[in-house]
Design a protein around this ligand. Sequence first.
Ligand SMILES: Cc1cc2nc3c(=O)[nH]c(=O)nc-3n(C[C@H](O)[C@H](O)[C@H](O)COP(=O)(O)OP(=O)(O)OC[C@H]3O[C@@H](n4cnc5c(N)ncnc54)[C@H](O)[C@@H]3O)c2cc1C
Length: 318
Amino acid sequence: MKVIDHIRNAKGKTLFTIEILPPLKGENIRSLFDNMDPLMEFKPPFIDVTYHREEYVYKKKEGGLLEKRSTRKRPGTVGICAAIQNHYKIDTVPHIICGGFNREETENALIDLHFLGIDNVLVLQGDGIKNEGRFVPEPDGHKYASELLQQVVDMNQGKYLDEDLQNTTPTNFCIGVAGYPEKHFAAPNLKTDLKYLKMKVDLGAEYIVTQMFFNNKVFFDFVDKCREIGITVPIIPGIKPITTKSQVSILPTTFHIDIPEELADEVEKCRDNAAVKEVGIEWCVQQSRELMTRGVPTLHYYSMGKSDPIYRIARQLF
Ligand SMILES: Cc1cc2nc3c(=O)[nH]c(=O)nc-3n(C[C@H](O)[C@H](O)[C@H](O)COP(=O)(O)OP(=O)(O)OC[C@H]3O[C@@H](n4cnc5c(N)ncnc54)[C@H](O)[C@@H]3O)c2cc1C
C-alpha cells in the first residue's frame, strides 16, 4: 500500500514510522529483525530503508603501498525491503538515489522493486562519495532528485527508456522526496531550496520527509513557508533522539543542522552517555508531543541502527 494512502486512512491521527539502515556487509538479517521486533508493538504502517552508495577505502598492501578499493558497506536495500514485507507484512519505502546509477540501472532497479510489490520510493540525489566533497553524477545518470523523480513518473506512465517498447506495464510508485527545514547545505538560501522542493512536488512527489531537526519552531516555519509557495502535500517530520555526547558535534557536521543551546547545555552537563541518552529521549518525547498536537501525519524516527531509544519514546506516545 502507498504511503499517501496510509496517511489518508489515518484520518488525521499521527502515525508511528521509522527509517532503518541495512546491516553492515557480513552481518545477519536476524540482528536487524531482533532490533526491529520490539517496535512492531507500535504498528508502523511503513518503514523506510536507506540506500548507501559505494565508498573508497584504502588497504595496506605488502611493502606498505596503499590500494584504493571501492566498497559498499551497507548493501542490501532492496533485499531488506522485500524481507521486511515478507516477514512483518509491513510496507516499505526503499530510498533510491541518483549517485552511482545511470538511467538504465535505475530503470532496472525500479523494475525489480515493482516486481517485488513495493509501492513506494523516496527519491533522492544521494550523498556524495565520502571525501569527494561534492556530488558527482554518473555519466548518463541524474544530477538532481527531480530528474530521477521524472524517470519514476515516466515509468508510472508506462514510459521506459527504450521508446520502441510496446504495451509496457506502468509501475505505480508513490513518490516521496526530502525537504530541509534548515536548508540543504548546498543551497544558497532557503528560498531557492524551497523553489526546487516545489519543483519536485509539481513533478509528482506526493509527500515530503524532512531532515532531522531539534527545534520544532524550525519545522513549523518550514511548513508555513512551503504552504505559502503552494506546496500542499503532507510534510512528515523526521526526528531523532541524541544518544551520545559526541553527536552534539557529529550531527551538525554530518547533517548541517543546529542543536539548540538548551539541549547542547543539558548534554554537556551529563557525566556519561547513559545520562545523555536520558536527556535525548526526554527532548525527543517533548518534540514528538508538540508535533503530534499540531497534527503531523506521522512521526518518522531515524533509528540509525538503534531501536531501544525509539522504543522508549514510542511507549510514551503511541
Ligand atoms: C529524509 C532523508 C532521507 C535520506 N536518505 C538518504 C539515503 O538513503 N541515502 C543517501 O545517500 N542519502 C540520503 N539522504 C541525504 C540526501 O541524499 C542528501 O541530503 C543530498 O545531498 C540531497 O538530496 P535531495 O534529494 O534533497 O537532493 P535534490 O533535491 O537534488 O537537491 C540537492 C541540492 O540541489 C539543489 N537543487 C535541486 N534541484 C536543482 C536544480 N534543478 N538546479 C539547481 N539546483 C538544484 C537543492 O536546492 C539542493 O541544494 C537523505 C536525506 C533526507 C532528508
